[in-house]
Design a binder for this molecule. Structure first.
Ligand SMILES: [Zn+2]
Length: 384
């Protein structure tokens, strides 16, 4: 038996055992809008972290009292700036998704809701940190913050994320690696959300059509104007994602509402889009517009300090047997946007390899689990 075969066999054995434990995470469905479900997921995380000997704090945040976890190997009284790991334990998939998309392994792919985004990444980082639970077994004290609401904008967890980041030398985020090559992320667009409401005038659609002012008709103009703000060359996108309006077919509708997603490459573009949206005027002067614009996540811009951090991570990945490259700027926001905006060197997309985030064919690569785990071990023990 050759050395490489031996290596392959031990890799396979480790990969299978990691996948088996990870299945229990995936089989615990945890949509952000179901506090009881997210609490069940939190208990799995807390149990694993405590069993490994980490110091764990579990708190409840936001109106729905979602669970937030901090697991650390920091010695009591150690106030050094450390390494912040960030993950989220919620997923976008509603309870019951397991029935149509059961957790299973086919070929090298571990399928299931939230497998890729991001139970795989959170699991790997926690498994590695658990091996270094003793204070001072890593060069920097490591604090691992696991939040429950990333998939709905991290509104409740943002203050904690920012407070931890301010005390950190670096932040590493366990969001999935980019598909096709497992690249990491050093730049993300900023994200915003807009709610536009049109109020018209109701009227009988047959007997008094001319007296009505259709909110839906007015909204049609506004949708075209909003989406026309998209500028691919500048990295700006505006997408009307949901629409509702009207009551019955035989009434001219007096109400229509849309929710809009927009993405911006930097703060200046965000301000510009916000101003353009706020200056929208009704085409039909007998209708009125109400517009609320919220810049949610600031853009994550790659800085020289983030590049220097990436250079170190590239070495740790190399020693773990894979090439770490950063992906071009991505449109997807994450909690790394918050930490990077504070000037803390941040690298994201360090989670599991796979594909299909937010879809029913979401999966992670089983055979890549050991090298990704080794990457975290190298990073935790060597980063200074
Ligand atoms: Zn995610």
């Amino acid at each position: 038996m050759s050395t490489s075969t031996l290596d392959k066999n031990s890799n396979d054995t480790l990969a299978q055992s990691l996948a088996q434990e990870l299945r229990t995470w995936i089989e615990c469905e945890s949509p952000s809008n179901d506090p009881a479900a997210v609490h069940r997921m939190a208990q799995i995380v807390v149990t694993k972290a405590r069993a490994a000997g980490l110091h764990v704090t579990l708190s409840e945040i936001g109106e729905t009292k979602l669970p937030m976890i901090v697991a650390t190997n920091r010695a009591p009284g150690d106030t050094r700036t450390g390494l912040l790991l960030l993950a989220h334990i919620d997923s976008v998939h509603p309870i019951g998704t397991l029935k149509t998309n059961p957790c299973r392994i086919e070929d090298d792919k571990l399928y299931g809701p939230g497998a890729f985004d991001m139970k795989g990444g959170a699991f790997l980082a926690l498994t590695a940190l658990g091996e270094f639970a003793t204070p001072n077994s890593t060069k920097l004290p490591v604090d691992f913050l696991l939040v429950p609401d990333e998939e709905v904008g991290s509104h409740a967890s943002r203050p904690a994320i920012e407070a931890h980041a301010r005390r950190a030398r670096y932040t590493l985020v366990c969001e999935p690696a980019r598909p096709n090559g497992g690249k990491c992320v050093t730049a993300r667009k900023g994200t915003g959300m807009t709610k536009l409401t049109v109020t018209g005038r109701p009227s009988h659609a047959g007997m008094a059509h001319e007296k009505g002012r259709s909110a839906i008709r007015e909204m049609a103009h506004q949708i075209i104007a909003l989406e026309a703000m998209t500028d691919y060359a500048r990295g700006i996108t505006v997408s009307v994602g949901t629409i509702s309006g009207g009551t019955v077919t035989n009434t001219v509708p007096s109400h229509c509402e849309v929710m809009v997603d927009f993405r911006i490459p930097d703060e200046a573009a965000g301000k510009e889009i916000e101003a353009r949206m706020l200056s929208l005027k009704p085409v039909d002067p007998d209708t009125t517009l109400a517009i609320e614009v919220e810049l949610n996540r600031p853009a994550m811009v790659k800085t020289p300090a983030a590049q220097a951090l990436l250079d170190q991570l590239i070495d740790y990945a190399d020693a773990a047997g894979f090439e770490l490259i950063d992906a071009p700027v991505t449109g997807g926001g994450s909690d790394a946007n918050f930490t990077a905006a504070l000037g803390i060197p941040s690298v994201d997309g360090l989670g599991a390899e796979g594909d299909g985030a937010h879809t029913l064919h979401e999966y992670i690569s089983v055979s890549a689990l050991p090298r990704r785990l080794q990457f975290w071990r190298n990073t935790l023990t060597q980063l200074t």
